[in-house]
Write a protein that binds this ligand. Structure first.
Ligand code: PPS
Length: 309
């Protein structure tokens, strides 16, 4: 691209970013998705992955970026320069991401990166394009306990101009419980992948396990991907993907998203990275009400979440 064209392209991107306002949610097969996604649903559903593609699926704010970074480093033998070569969202695009043009969509980005690709999604199990299962793609699912996931999502909705206004905290909890937030019900999401994990060969991970023993979980991911890296490389990956290092890595901490879109002064993307921060948010009454509803919604599914480690 000539310098002049490059300049006008970046200006157009800047203008598109400035035009981003909180997009409403539109249901797709009963799941509320941002209008940009819902309006482009047919092309997302028709996506044909390559059998070598790896899908990292999560409910938003469950540890996606962390896992993307670990996988990328495993594929690059722990090379520190590898995780700094481009922003996370370009190294590992989000399948369903759509933005006002000319900001490239996830599908656009995926066309232009080499195989094997690391693809991110927040789609619930039933909305994952069928090509992933037909081509027997590997899928890593990461789940995070409901209360910390909710807290992280709440702060993200405050700083992220793509998503609807979170409104006050006390009103946000029932919206989460009723599955009214973007990408729908957390309960259905975590259960959907859990019940299919064996049949579909999904590696099901927990954020809390990753916090407790990152090395063990990095090794688990390595084995699932049929990779073999040295102990020294594993140690390096654990170090490079620590919360502190990722928070300081401009290619992983989402400061690469322009300010009108992600406003880190409201709440940083790399916020706390802890298990149990929910205790700083839920009152005892809110916690009791949430736990009672949780029992109902998770009845009959033995999903071993931990809210503290
Ligand atoms: S997104 O927008 O859905 O892709 O967000 P996601 O990456 O899933 O989740 C962001 C939360 O994960 C925390 N995080 C980490 N925790 C521990 N270690 C590492 N390396 C790490 N990287 C990201 C991030 O801080 C968000 O959680 P909260 O609780 O808000 O801090």
């Amino acid at each position: 691209m000539s310098e002049e064209k490059q300049l006008s392209y970046s200006e157009a991107i800047q203008r598109a970013c400035a035009s981003i306002t909180r997009f409403p949610l539109i249901p797709v097969r009963g799941v509320p998705l941002m209008s940009l996604i819902a309006n482009n649903w047919d092309s997302i559903w028709a996506f044909r992955p390559d059998p070598s593609d790896l899908l990292i699926a999560t409910y938003p704010k469950a540890g996606t970026t962390w896992t993307q970074e670990i996988v990328d480093l495993l594929l690059h033998n722990g090379g520190a320069e590898a995780c700094k070569r481009a922003p996370t969202s370009l190294r590992s695009p989000c399948l369903e991401f759509f933005s006002p043009p000319p900001i490239p969509s996830g599908l656009d980005l995926l066309q232009n990166i080499d195989l094997p690709r690391i693809i991110k999604t927040h789609l619930p199990f039933q909305l994952v394009p069928p090509g992933f299962w037909e081509n027997k793609c590997k899928v890593i699912y990461v789940a995070r306990n409901a209360k910390d996931n909710l807290v992280s999502n709440y702060h993200f909705d405050r700083m992220n101009m793509y998503q609807p206004e979170p409104g006050p905290w006390e009103g946000y909890i029932p919206k989460f419980m009723r599955g009214e937030l973007a990408w729908g019900s957390w309960y259905d999401h975590v259960k959907g992948y859990w019940v299919e994990r064996e049949k579909k060969n999904i590696l099901y991970l927990f954020y809390e396990d990753m916090k407790e023993n990152p090395r063990r979980e990095v090794e688990r991911i390595m084995r699932y991907l049929d990779l073999s890296v040295s102990d020294e490389v594993i140690s390096r990956i654990v170090e490079l993907t620590s919360f502190k290092n990722m928070k300081e890595n401009p290619m992983a901490n989402y400061t690469f998203v322009p300010v009108p879109v992600f406003d880190h002064s409201i709440s940083p993307f790399m916020r706390k990275g802890e298990v149990g921060d929910w205790r700083n948010h839920f009152t005892p009454e809110q916690s009791k009400m949430f736990d009672e509803d949780y029992e109902r919604q998770m009845k009959g599914v033995n999903l071993p979440f931990r809210t503290l480690i």
